[in-house]
Design a protein around this ligand. Structure first.
Ligand code: ATP
Ligand code: MG
Length: 424
């Protein structure tokens, strides 16, 4: 892609309301633009990153034999009345009337819709186990939208729902999803932890959260320094009757092994065993081995748009974003320097660009008629892992400059070695 044709949208100034670095950098790098409180446009660069997150999630979901569907964002409120959640969910649920005065809501999650769908779709235990998922826009009228897409009102979630004949089946489906999440977060290249969690308004029994570790995280996590015991501190203090979570700093771990250490985390995924809560209340009955049963359900969420922000919290420096390879909108930036004075520069860029293209390396060719400093600053804030610099000075020597985003200075390589260096 040529930068002269790309709607870049980079900007120098930090937005006044951006308290945390990922929010500042997502605006400055031209990934998102605010429409209204907690509601954002995704610009071309941002959409590319979001797509990479979604692709990794989709691949691993499909690998685990989950089947992709797409449910509506607009849901009849009657289903929420039937499940009894319309009041429990409170004002985060945005309810409105259509022209016939029928009550609808914007889906914050899809337990009601999926259970209702499966009433016609699943008839026999022979169809089980089955896990269905979607990657879709959710709306929650958050009381305090903040931190950009980290806590927005409209956001992209992957939500999956499993159906099993019995508890043992649910345990297996849950284990498969947990394993799939581990693969997803490993592939995303993020430093994360799995902790025991509260089931909240969704309901059910066991639940675990996946947290990206970052000081800006809204959740406090407690870990044993001796065992793999890990828990959301909020849940632990609830279990211990309202203690101040910070008073946990050095206390003995509840599993009796070692002492607790606290860290901040950003919740990027949440897996639950729902049991029969929704299949009973919404009357999902399917034929079992000996008569009809209510299936055991699980639900599994990942905040795809929140992951983009969380990845930046973990991967940035004072100049901008430093993308892990898995998420960068482009693998290589190609910067032409002062090509107006020397047409060989343009020609060399074209040659390098073609070479990279032929090798399926996503390249952003900065062919804009701008000062080198402006181009470098843009490439740095955008955070592409590697920049190739083609200018008059090095061209004469038969060499090309390569600068890795994490390095201070560029290195000189011969034209022949360029490709192998990039591919490694
Ligand atoms: P939180 O405690 O952060 O409000 P939650 O427990 O309400 O999260 P879930 O209902 O489990 O979240 O939703 C699944 C995932 O969706 C979360 O793990 C998170 O990554 C993402 N998510 C939830 N709320 C938001 C939001 N307001 N903005 C962006 N992503 C969100
Ligand atoms: Mg919430």
């Amino acid at each position: 892609m040529k930068a002269s044709k790309l709607i870049l949208g980079t900007q120098r100034e930090n937005p006044a309301d951006a308290e945390i670095v990922s929010h500042q950098l997502m605006i400055r790098a031209g990934l998102i633009r605010q429409v209204s409180s907690g509601i954002y446009n995704w610009l071309p660069l941002g959409k590319k990153v979001l797509q990479k997150v979604e692709d990794i999630i989709r691949t691993e979901m499909n690998n685990s034999n989950a089947q992709e569907i797409l449910m509506p964002m607009v849901q009849p409120a009657s289903l929420w009345e039937e499940s009894g959640r319309i009041d429990q969910y409170g004002q985060e649920l945005l309810v409105f009337l259509d022209r016939h005065d029928n009550k609808f809501c914007l889906g914050p999650t899809h337990e009601e819709i999926i259970t209702d769908l499966c009433k016609n779709l699943l008839t026999s235990y022979k169809q089980l186990p089955v896990t269905l998922y979607q990657i879709q826009t959710k709306f929650r009228d958050e009381i305090r939208p903040r931190f950009g897409v980290m806590r927005s009102r409209e956001f992209i979630m992957k939500d999956a729902y499993s159906f099993d004949l019995n508890k043992e089946g649910l345990d297996q489906s849950y284990a498969i999803m947990k394993d799939s999440y581990i693969k997803i977060f490993n592939r995303l290249g993020l430093d994360y932890r799995i902790v025991k969690a509260d089931s909240g308004a969704i309901g059910g029994s066991d639940s675990e959260e996946f947290h990206v570790l970052a000081d800006s995280g809204e959740d406090l996590l407690a870990f044993s320094d001796k065992s793999d015991y890990a828990i959301n501190a909020e849940l632990l203090t609830e279990l211990q009757e309202g203690q101040d979570p910070y008073s946990l700093e050095g206390k003995q771990s509840p599993d009796g092994q070692g002492n607790l250490k606290l860290k901040k985390g950003i919740e990027v995924g949440h897996i639950f065993k729902l049991g029969k809560k929704y299949s009973e209340i919404l009357n999902l009955r399917i034929q079992g081995e000996n008569g009809d049963i209510n299936p055991e359900m699980g639900c599994y969420g990942i905040g795809a748009s929140r992951i983009v922000a969380a990845a930046i919290e973990q991967n940035h420096d004072e100049k901008g974003i430093v993308w892990p390879k898995s998420l960068s909108p482009f693998q290589v930036a190609l910067v032409e320097v002062n090509s107006k004075d020397n047409k060989n520069v343009k020609e060399k860029c074209n040659e390098v660009y073609q070479l990279l293209k032929d090798n399926n390396i996503e390249t952003l060719w900065d062919d804009r008629d701008k000062r080198p400093g402006v181009k470098f600053a843009d490439m740095e804030v955008i955070g592409i892992p590697m920049t190739i610099i083609v200018g008059e000075r090095t061209l004469e020597t038969g060499q090309i400059e390569i600068k890795k985003r994490k390095d201070e200075k560029p290195e000189l390589v011969s034209h022949q070695d360029l490709l192998s260096l990039i591919l490694n």
